[in-house]
Design a binder for this molecule. Structure first.
Ligand code: HEC
Ligand code: HEC
Length: 382
């Protein structure tokens, strides 16, 4: 359920005028990165901004199932200009006739070390790399995936398999980005490029294609959870070590060392995964704030502690850039020992959910309680 958005946002837009408009505009990608969107999906509206619904998923008046939008002949699979398949069963995730049960050959599971918070939904993720291809890891921060790469992410909420998202790199180097909503019998899932609110009787919202792009297109790699940092663990699924052993990377990356105490590593990793894609040099938000929450691998090698990271250097005792729309008029991102005086803390705390201040601005409604506690205790200890 969308507790705050979009209605309270509309109200705030009225109250705050320019500031609020600026927020929604930027979050939906006021500066759309170069990429072509599949024709009939409405994704090309990235630059509209200014309307409260720009961050609100399916747009005005939705709440039901947004069925339309994929265009008439979404057969998928061939050519560069066509649109994604209409059904998940056509995307190659599961073996023929084994939807939801047996993965297709060549599909492998992976688990990012620092997952994105989405209101506690259960998730599973998989990747398919075309045979005899490698990921170009020349730049360890910006992996380049071969055409034909597919990644999926499945969401289970309250015991219901709700949606499975697809990212696919096309031959013309664009990406398909779309979510499939599972039917009631859980036998297949259908493309929902406009998103769905409160999908399948759960409080879970399926993001629109426009929202997918607002996050995934901020990063040159497009893929956010399959990277050197995210796969530097020894847990389940494909890991950095495994990828290196199977010769799937052009350049074997050194295993990233995140600086700081264990608490700080968790904090830095969380910020990298949940905020870094929008708060890095290549993202459209970088024109509006000096805040940097991405962990650059190159920089990490020399970092002695948390104080050497972009996060620390752009937040601790640093002025906010958007002081006119900062919560409670706070002007410093992080004030040592004082979370309630820290603008960054107020943006992520539950008190500001559903307001224009909320960070992240989309993809979540509830504050993540363990992150809020972690950040609060770290600021208190500074
Ligand atoms: C609020 C930002 C945000 C939005 C909106 C969003 N994603 Fe993601 N997505 C992420 C992040 C961050 C990850 C990596 C961390 C994780 O998986 O927990 C990710 C992971 C994924 C993955 C696994 C591959 C990868 O990049 O790691 C797929 C597939 C995916 N998203 C597809 C989509 C699609 C399709 C949509 C729209 C229907 C969408 N996402 C909307 C941020 C977002
Ligand atoms: C989908 C993109 C996106 C994500 C994800 C995101 N932000 Fe933002 N953020 C923005 C944009 C755009 C702005 C500028 C507009 C504004 O000030 O509200 C912003 C502004 C901010 C500001 C105020 C900056 C200033 O200098 O005044 C803070 C603090 C912030 N974000 C923190 C975070 C944190 C912490 C996270 C992760 C928990 C996060 N953001 C995730 C897009 C994003």
């Amino acid at each position: 359920m969308r507790r705050g958005l979009p209605r309270p946002t509309s109200l705030l837009v009225l109250l705050l005028g320019g500031g609020a408009l600026a927020l929604t505009g930027a979050c939906s990608g006021e500066d759309p990165p170069p990429s072509s969107t599949p024709p009939a999906t409405g994704g090309a509206d990235l630059g509209t901004g200014g309307t409260p619904d720009a961050t609100g998923g399916a747009g005005p008046g939705t709440g039901g199932d947004a069925t339309g939008g994929t265009g008439g002949d979404a057969t998928g699979g061939t050519g560069g200009g066509d649109t994604f398949p209409q059904w998940l069963s056509e995307t190659g995730l599961y073996a023929d006739g084994a939807m939801g049960e047996t993965l297709a050959e060549g599909v492998e599971r992976f688990v990012p070390r620092f997952p994105l918070w989405t209101d506690d939904a259960g998730k599973d993720r998989w990747i398919y790399l075309p045979p005899d291809t490698q990921i170009d890891t020349t730049d360890p921060d910006r992996w380049v995936f071969p055409p034909g790469t597919r990644l999926w992410k499945e969401f289970v909420r309250d015991g219901v398999r709700v949606e499975t998202r697809l990212l696919e790199r096309r031959p013309d180097d664009t990406w398909w980005m779309v979510a499939y909503q599972w039917n009631q019998d859980q036998t297949d899932a259908e493309a929902r490029p406009l998103g769905v609110q409160n999908a399948s009787g759960t409080p879970h919202d399926i993001p629109s294609e426009e929202d997918c792009r607002a996050c995934h297109e901020q990063s040159p790699a497009r893929v956010l959870g399959f990277s050197a940092i995210q796969l530097s663990h020894s847990g389940e699924g494909l890991t950095l070590t495994e990828l290196t052993r199977e010769a799937l990377l052009t350049d074997a990356p050194t295993v990233p060392m995140i600086p700081g105490t264990q608490q700080e590593q968790e904090l830095l990793g969380y910020l990298h995964a949940n905020c870094g894609h929008c708060h890095q040099d290549s993202a459209s938000a970088s024109a509006r704030t000096a805040l940097r929450l991405w962990l650059p691998l190159g920089g990490l090698a020399q970092a002695n502690g948390v104080a050497d990271t972009p996060f620390y250097q752009t937040t601790v005792n640093k002025n906010v850039s958007q002081s006119d729309i900062s919560p409670d008029g706070k002007t410093i991102h992080i004030v040592p020992g004082a979370p309630q005086d820290s603008a960054l803390f107020l943006r992520v705390s539950s008190a500001n959910r559903g307001t224009t201040y909320q960070m992240p601005p989309l993809g979540t409604e509830d504050a993540d309680p363990s992150f809020v506690t972690l950040l609060e205790s770290w600021i208190n200890g500074l």
